[in-house]
Design a binder for this molecule. Structure first.
Ligand code: ADP
Ligand code: MG
Length: 557
């Protein structure tokens, strides 16, 4: 038996990698399962061009088994296997990817199901194992070989027996230390949940012998049993045809994924096969998550590359104003970095994010148009976020969001859109009027609303602090400016300036007395045509209205 050495740099690289690439140890299993899946895929692709090979899907699977007594975790597959050379090249040379070479050699333009590309994933096994043993027999060969390594020290290869084509990987799981626990990687339940988390959509069955207790036949006594189960769901729902899926299927997915405890108001299933290919399933929740308007809330979508989970919450996929959206994106066109936890560059991601935003907007618009009640419910939960979106806008959010806004209407006594408001405006109405206050009831009683309401004009009630700020950013909608009912110029019919002057002169003494009494609480005391049934009202000059002033004053400096 000949012992071979890693080259010096490789040795360092291996140490470095084992300890620093991955942020979580559990991904070792994702890496080994991905390799097994690639190995099966390779037989599948071979069979496409080789008539002597038949690919029976039933014959191909991955098996994970743990033995606590010997501290051994085994991952075996019925894939293409490795020859002696391949064991040396692919497992002995770090950063050499047999899978990438396979894709290139076979010019597999559609070989995008093959996951491997960097040639480092395998070594993740050393994060949890002292000794890694690989027994493999390659397709078309009757020899099998055993590769074994204790990490940076090097590896050995020797012939061995194996009856079927495929690969078995034995991990001797490390002993627990004071600070580090490794037992969990021998625990059925834990292994199962790691598989579910990262490898649920691997296309081949991942089997495990699961033990449990069940009632003995014909008796109440319980007996232990072990039963082979398939752990992964295999076909991801997002790759299925939309027509085959029911609303319940999506709901089930929403719940299984723990996106929320509510029932989503709407699901959006996107399949794009353009310059960038991706599938996405998005949900608009019904209820506000308890932490939604807090700092703890983290927006984002799950990001998959080829059915393998890469990131739990990819924040870059969602703009802040759609931060309530839940769901996932799967793309085969992402350029992953070596740990496969991040992306090398975000060009593709930006494209996907842009696409997704447009789609969410149009779906929300459709909801507004076709299912008004549902939309209103949604708006009551998340409308504020849309308004923040308008307010914090520097670019194009405005265009994107303005049609989704709703405000309570004095006339309709319900939430209406700006479009609805404008389309109802009589010809002599210059502005979109609004009144700000704590509640609809309070606003209704505001003296300032009277003149506008008496003209028969509709008033929008702003009860959210953000409302007026957002509208200031919008400035106008369909060329109609917004105007607060407490503004000094309401743009109503020409006011009679002469009469005003005369009135002012007649009351000069009274006004200057009032000004004296009120001191710097007011800037001026003027005659007003605004009032019908109320004796006085406050009005504001300039951009900042009284309501805004209140909010600004209440804000911490
Ligand atoms: P990558 O998967 O990115 O290529 P890995 O370090 O995970 O890198 O694996 C290196 C290479 O080893 C793979 O490209 C493949 O050629 C080979 N390999 C690893 N595991 C298996 C397996 N279970 N069956 C067949 N070949 C394998
Ligand atoms: Mg790999």
């Amino acid at each position: 038996m000949e012992k071979m050495q890693f080259k010096a740099e490789s040795k360092r690289l291996l140490e470095m990698m084992i300890n620093s690439i991955y942020s979580q140890r559990e991904v070792f299993l994702r890496e080994l399962i991905s390799n097994a899946s690639d190995a099966i895929d390779k037989i599948y692709y071979r069979a496409l061009s080789d008539d002597s090979l038949h690919f029976n899907k039933e014959d191909y699977y991955i098996k994970v088994a743990a033995d606590k007594e010997t501290r051994t975790l085994t991952i075996s597959d019925t894939g293409i296997g490795m020859t002696k050379d391949e064991l040396e090249n692919n497992l002995g040379i770090i950063a050499k990817s047999g899978s990438l070479a396979f894709k290139n050699e076979n010019e597999l333009k559609d070989g995008h199901d093959i996951i491997g590309q960097f040639g480092v994933g395998f070594y993740a096994a050393f994060m949890v194992a002292d000794v890694v043993t690989v027994i493999s027999r390659a397709l078309g060969s009757d020899e099998a070989y055993k590769w074994q390594s204790e990490g940076a020290d090097g590896y050995t290869i020797e012939p061995c027996d194996k009856s079927d084509v495929g690969t078995e990987i034995y991990l001797k799981i490390k002993e627990n230390t004071e600070d580090e626990k490794y037992d969990e990687y021998l625990d059925e339940y834990r292994l199962k949940s790691i598989i579910k988390k990262y490898s649920d959509f691997i296309r081949y069955p991942i089997k495990m012998d699961i033990s449990g207790k069940r009632p003995k036949e014909g008796s109440e006594e319980l007996e232990d049993y072990k039963e082979e189960q398939i752990i992964n769901s295999m076909v991801p729902i997002w790759r299925k045809n939309k027509n085959e899926l029911s609303a319940e299927d999506y709901e089930k997915f929403y719940q299984e994924k723990h996106y929320g405890f509510d029932k989503p108001i709407k699901h959006i299933h996107i399949s794009v096969d353009g310059s960038i290919r991706y599938n996405a399933i998005l949900f608009i929740p019904e209820k506000i998550p308890f932490d939604y308007y807090s700092k703890e809330y983290e927006k984002g979508l799950e990001l998959y590359s080829n059915g393998v989970l890469i990131m739990n919450k990819c924040g870059d996929l969602l703009p802040d104003y759609f931060s309530f959206v839940k769901g996932m994106v799967d793309s085969e066109d992402l350029s992953l970095n070596i740990s496969r936890e991040m992306l090398q560059h975000d060009r593709q991601l930006k494209l996907i994010a842009k696409n997704i935003s447009k789609k969410i907007k149009s779906e929300l618009q459709a909801l507004l148009k076709n299912e008004r009640d549902k939309y209103t419910g949604f708006y009551q939960s998340f409308g504020r976020q849309l308004k923040y979106g308008v307010y914090s806008d520097f670019g194009s959010n405005k265009e994107l969001l303005q049609d989704l806004l709703m405000f309570y209407s004095s006339k309709e006594k319900k939430l209406v859109t700006l479009d609805e408001y404008v389309s109802r405006m009589p010809e002599d109405q210059k502005y979109i009027y609004y009144a700000a206050g704590e509640s609809n009831e309070r606003i209704e009683k505001l003296p300032q609303t009277e003149v506008v309401a008496d003209k028969g004009f509709e008033i929008l009630y702003f009860t959210d602090e953000i409302d007026e700020f957002a509208i200031k950013m919008l400035m106008n909608y369909k060329e109609k400016e917004f105007r607060s009912v407490s503004s000094s110029d309401l743009g109503l019919e020409e006011e009679d300036k002469e009469q005003d002057l005369q009135d002012e002169n007649e009351n000069k003494e009274l006004f200057s007395y009032m000004k004296e009494v009120l001191g710097d609480k007011v800037k001026d005391v003027r005659i007003s045509k605004r009032l019908k049934s109320h004796p006085v009202c406050l009005s504001a000059d300039g951009e900042v209205t009284i309501e805004m002033e209140k909010i600004l004053k209440a804000m911490p400096d």
